[in-house]
Design a protein around this ligand. Structure first.
Ligand code: ZN
Length: 273
């Protein structure tokens, strides 16, 4: 199944862009804070660089289309072999967010390397959803064999937090933040191991005009991808070009819908090349 150009995914809502990034060690004071400007979409990763590698082009494109986009990293990704510490990694994440143009990037204080789906993690992420009220959430799809098991746990946490966000009669669990129903949950695979274009529910976002921004955002993680790891960039670009070649566009990123996507106008909302 080859398809792209799901215009239903991109609603035209325009806001001023204002980047804010902070390392969130506690979200407990959110109910006493003034309400924040909502986001149209939040992408959730286990570590800084997950979303850039998988869907950096999609996020940059959404921003160009006028949508308000946020990134939530469940952990700070540290320790890692190449980084001197969390501060450097956070600075890299901020630089990457600025390249993509997203409005907000949050780093939760869940533990890298021992991230587990649990009640506390679900609530922590659901508080972010209740605070920023996104219409769409993008979360990791599937397992990543031979890579961090945090990714699989992140999928369980994200799926559960989307559900927790809309549960009524439970606001006390979320610091009094009101119920918020997320309209769409869409998954993104990290690499080819968990999904391909033949995976049920998969579709392609055309990132021909944002591939360079995606690659630049990944390069912002200098501690993770030093010159000796140039292979990573070839892989990321090759994957985007292969998806583009399969679908007749310059470059693409794969997304997966849990439910069959609905198209009401085959001529304007659906592209098969
Ligand atoms: Zn990761």
């Amino acid at each position: 199944m080859k398809k792209s150009g799901y215009s239903f995914f991109f609603h035209l809502i325009h806001f001023h862009h204002q980047l804010s990034l902070f390392h969130s060690t506690s979200l407990t004071s959110m109910n006493s804070s003034p309400p924040v400007e909502s986001l149209d979409l939040i992408a959730v990763g286990a570590h800084p660089d997950d979303v850039e590698i998988a869907i950096g082009g999609t996020l940059a494109k959404l921003v160009k289309q006028g949508h308000r986009v946020g990134i939530v990293d469940l952990t700070d990704g540290e320790p890692t072999p190449g980084s001197p510490g969390p501060e450097v990694r956070l600075a890299e994440a901020q630089a990457a967010a600025e390249i993509l143009g997203v409005q907000t990037r949050l780093t939760l204080d869940l533990p890298n390397r021992r991230l587990f789906d649990c009640y506390e993690a679900r609530v922590k992420l659901a508080k972010v959803f209740r605070k920023y009220r996104p219409k769409v959430v993008l979360g990791i799809y599937g397992k990543t064999p031979m890579a961090s098991p945090d990714h699989w746990q992140a999928m369980q946490i994200t799926d559960a937090a989307v559900f927790y966000s809309r549960l009524s009669k439970w606001d006390t669990e979320f610091d009094g933040l009101p119920v918020h129903t997320i309209q769409k949950l869409i998954w993104y695979p990290l690499g080819w191991a968990s999904a391909t274009h033949e995976t049920p529910g998969s579709f392609v976002i055309d990132i021909s005009d944002t591939l360079e921004a995606k690659l630049e955002s990944v390069r912002a993680y200098k501690t993770q991808f030093p010159p000796g790891k140039e292979r990573v960039f070839r892989m990321v670009e090759s994957q985007a070009r292969l998806l583009g070649g399969l679908t007749g566009i310059g470059a693409g990123e794969l997304l997966i819908s849990p439910h069959p996507p609905v198209v009401s106008d085959l001529l304007t909302q659906f592209t098969i090349l």
